[in-house]
Design a protein around this ligand. Structure first.
Ligand SMILES: CC(C)(COP(=O)(O)OP(=O)(O)OC[C@H]1O[C@@H](n2cnc3c(N)ncnc32)[C@H](O)[C@@H]1OP(=O)(O)O)[C@@H](O)C(=O)NCCC(=O)NCCSC(=O)C[C@H](O)C(=O)O
Ligand SMILES: [Mg+2]
Length: 290
């Protein structure tokens, strides 16, 4: 799979403070689909240069996708972050507090952008953000958005529903992949992360931001079609193909009507299953080579 396909299929994006050599080393073997080397909130102002230095040293040629989160374009650090990335081979840049204006500031040329929607103004303009030429995915920044909107500290389903749905709809309308869900801040609670991820997937999100390696397998499992879903999808596609051969546009599978949109969903499930198994093969082959 090439980088574009891998960005489209990614489920887990693991953040790691860019100035923490030990954690960065561990992140590459976490099983995450992508590692996000964070120069923004995980790195103290006095350590920004140390973070950039480590980023320039540690990017492996193989393994998980390599993403760098730069500082916001309204900060004194962004210009230097972006200059550093100019000469480097990263798979994507993550832009915090994304807005049409901050996207103009990073320009039309360069690696793909994952836009973090985490301000009220950004949420209102999510479709414009998703439509920018470099943007390949949106991600929801629940910590920043929650602080701005005074959500409860343990914000969950109700508080997140509107923002999650806006991102799902605006991503689909702009023709980009399904968005990434918020980070689950309780790093010792992978079960909580699972519940949150399952809820997000039901709403149509396609993956989740992670802040600890133990969240990664949970997220990878939730956002991949299960065996049961794959079997259902195969039965649906077969049943509708057989029906069409007999001149009918409908069939019944497991007691439920199957027609064109149901078959479209089933084909998407089969494509996702194939992409995830191809990307696991790629990653494990690369791990063997390292
Ligand atoms: C939250 C943490 C600081 C906790 O770290 P720690 O106390 O070291 O946790 P553990 O003892 O449980 O760690 C066990 C081992 O795992 C390694 N580890 C931990 N976290 C990571 C990680 N993210 N990547 C790679 N490796 C990790 C530890 O080093 C231990 O290994 P070892 O040393 O070999 O024993 C920490 O989890 C952390 O720093 N997380 C990421 C923080 C971060 O990047 N934050 C910014 C992104 S979130 C955000 O900004 C949200 C968004 O913008 C919004 O607004 O919503
Ligand atoms: Mg944030």
């Amino acid at each position: 799979m090439d980088v574009t396909e891998r960005l489209r299929a990614a489920r887990s994006l693991l953040f790691v403070p860019a100035d923490d050599r030990r954690k960065v080393a561990r992140a590459w073997t976490s099983g995450a689909d992508a590692v996000v080397l964070d120069l923004e909130d995980a790195v103290a102002p006095a350590r920004k240069q140390a973070g950039r230095q480590l980023v320039s040293e540690v990017l492996p040629a193989t393994g998980p996708l390599r993403i760098v989160r730069v500082n916001g374009t309204d900060t004194p650090w962004a210009a230097e972050d972006l200059r550093m990335l100019d000469g480097m081979s990263v798979d994507a840049v993550m832009l915090p507090k994304a807005s049409p204006e901050s996207l103009s500031a990073v320009g039309d040329e360069g690696p793909p952008v994952i836009a973090l929607v985490e301000t009220a103004a950004g949420l209102r303009r999510a479709y414009e953000i998703a439509s920018h030429a470099r943007v390949v995915a949106l991600a929801l920044g629940g910590a920043d958005l929650g602080a701005e909107l005074s959500w409860a500290e343990d914000a969950a389903a109700e508080e997140l529903l509107h923002a999650r749905s806006v991102l799902v709809v605006d991503s689909a309308a702009a023709g980009i992949r399904a968005p990434f869900d918020v980070v689950h801040l309780a790093v010792g609670d992978p079960e909580g992360a699972r519940v949150e991820a399952e809820r997000a997937r039901r709403l149509g999100l396609g993956g989740k931001l992670c802040v600890h390696p133990r969240q990664v397998p949970v997220v990878n499992t939730v956002f991949a079609p299960s065996q049961r879903e794959r079997e259902w999808a195969a039965r649906v596609v077969r049943a509708l193909d057989e029906a069409l051969e007999l001149g009918s546009a409908v069939a019944v599978v497991d007691g439920k009507l199957v027609d064109a949109p149901v078959a479209r969903r089933a084909r998407a499930t089969l494509r996702a299953a194939e992409a995830h198994s191809a990307s696991s093969v790629t990653t494990s082959k690369e791990a063997q080579c390292n």
